[in-house]
Design a protein around this ligand. Structure first.
Ligand SMILES: [Zn+2]
Ligand SMILES: [Zn+2]
Length: 416
């Protein structure tokens, strides 16, 4: 009786696009964008496609039913030409924030990788090279869990804050979207950034990631005070990275354990001083700051602590993506082939309250019976599912398609 997974997912994607084709968001200047698709059967990327009108794009998606739909952040004179003959006109400023790049506590539980060459398998973040055979190709199983998505959201909020507060973009020109899997996308469509080359974009990357920020260029210094030499440093409400460094330092000290401080290379006497006077240190920020309060802690010790604070304040983006001015990105309003969830865009101002596991649910109504090999507990909409292990379950269509797209089971039957 069993149906083929891929045929079932294809049929559901096709039904979705037939009923929801207008959820697809047409990018600005569609005629200058390159499009790319993966299709179910071959699982290869078809790219260098162009469309003159939104209707043509929608018609193509409805007929082809791709497993993934992408478009270029770049604008070209001839999007269908070979890469070096397209005629680059500019590119949106784009950021990818993905839980894959964040070592959350829970990914050790729900994420696994298997080396395709030697078969070594383990939990957590996938390494760049297999520790046993050195191969770089892996079969990964990662899950869009609530905690990971929350971590990605925190990074996205930090980024939006820097783009508006420090770099001067208005919140209305920042487009935010949930990727449909494990992260968020931030896109700025603005004349000002259109023509920036990779090097200029790298400068922006360095800024938002706090790369090369050193406290001694941001207010940390020894000054003469009468006969004495005293240490001064950045304040919590200072502008730009100066304030961020101070706030990050405060945040770090608020939670720091002896172990955290030891990792910075501080001496145990200094560590004890910090921990014994924690409340006074935190309080001191209301006045002149903590810089002269800890016996034995001088400019270099503070510099290390502030460095930790800077890394807490930096936005954990995938740096390669922002620098790439020919990047293809997922089109909002289309389905993610590995989850069956939608890439959904929303105003950046609404990010705090945005619930990706609710807003991205594409399939409403219907049920399917599936056999699940293994899946951690997950939530879609208001319902929790799993964990499952080697069992047959009847699930709402959205949860069933999610597991099938994740390659975690086999479809048995459905009423759709
Ligand atoms: Zn290996
Ligand atoms: Zn997680």
């Amino acid at each position: 009786m069993g149906m083929d997974n891929q045929a079932f997912i294809y049929r559901m994607f096709s039904k979705f696009y037939n009923e929801n084709i207008d959820r697809i968001e047409t990018p600005k200047s569609i005629e200058n964008r390159e499009f790319g698709f993966t299709i179910f059967k071959e699982n290869v990327m078809i790219r260098h496609k162009g469309f003159m009108r939104a209707e043509d794009l929608k018609e193509f998606i409805r007929k082809t039913v791709p497993s993934n739909v992408y478009y270029s952040t770049a604008y070209y004179i001839m999007p269908e030409a070979k890469m070096d003959e397209k005629g680059w006109l500019g590119s949106d400023l784009f950021f990818d924030i993905d839980a894959d790049h964040m070592p959350t506590e829970c990914n050790k539980i729900h994420d696994t990788w298997t080396c395709e060459k030697c078969g070594l398998t383990s939990n957590g973040v996938t390494p760049k090279k297999c520790p046993r055979c050195g191969s770089e190709s892996f079969d990964e199983k990662t899950w869009p869990c609530e905690k990971c998505l929350e971590a990605a959201k925190v990074e996205t909020i930090k980024l939006i804050d820097m783009l508006t507060g420090d770099l001067g973009f208005s919140i209305s020109e920042i487009k935010c979207s949930f990727s449909g899997h494990r992260g968020y996308h931030i896109q700025v469509e603005s004349e000002e950034i259109l023509k920036l080359d990779s090097t200029a974009r790298k400068e922006i990357v360095d800024y938002v990631t706090g790369t090369g920020i050193d406290a001694i260029f941001h207010g940390l210094e020894l000054i003469n005070y009468g006969e004495a030499r005293i240490l001064v440093g950045p304040n919590l409400d200072d502008f730009g990275w100066r304030g961020r460094a101070a706030r990050g330092t405060y945040e770090f000290l608020l939670k720091a354990t002896a172990e955290d401080l030891k990792r910075l290379g501080l001496k145990s006497r200094v560590i004890n001083e910090i921990l014994a006077n924690k409340n006074e240190i935190l309080e001191s920020w209301k006045t002149s700051g903590p810089w002269n309060m800890v016996r034995g802690l001088g400019l270099n010790g503070w510099r290390k602590i502030i460095q930790r604070g800077i890394s807490l304040q930096s936005a954990k983006i995938d740096t390669v993506v922002t620098v790439d001015i020919h990047r293809l990105i997922r089109l909002p309003g289309t389905l993610h082939g590995k989850t069956g969830l939608l890439k959904v865009s929303f105003p950046a101002s609404e990010i705090e309250a945005f619930d990706p596991l609710k807003e991205a649910v594409a399939f409403k109504g219907g049920e399917a019976k599936i056999y699940v090999e293994e899946a951690p507990k997950f939530r879609l909409g208001d319902e929790d599912f799993g964990p499952f292990k080697k069992q047959t379950v009847s699930l709402p269509l959205s949860a069933a398609i999610f597991l099938l797209c994740k390659d975690a089971g086999e479809v048995i039957d459905s009423n759709v």
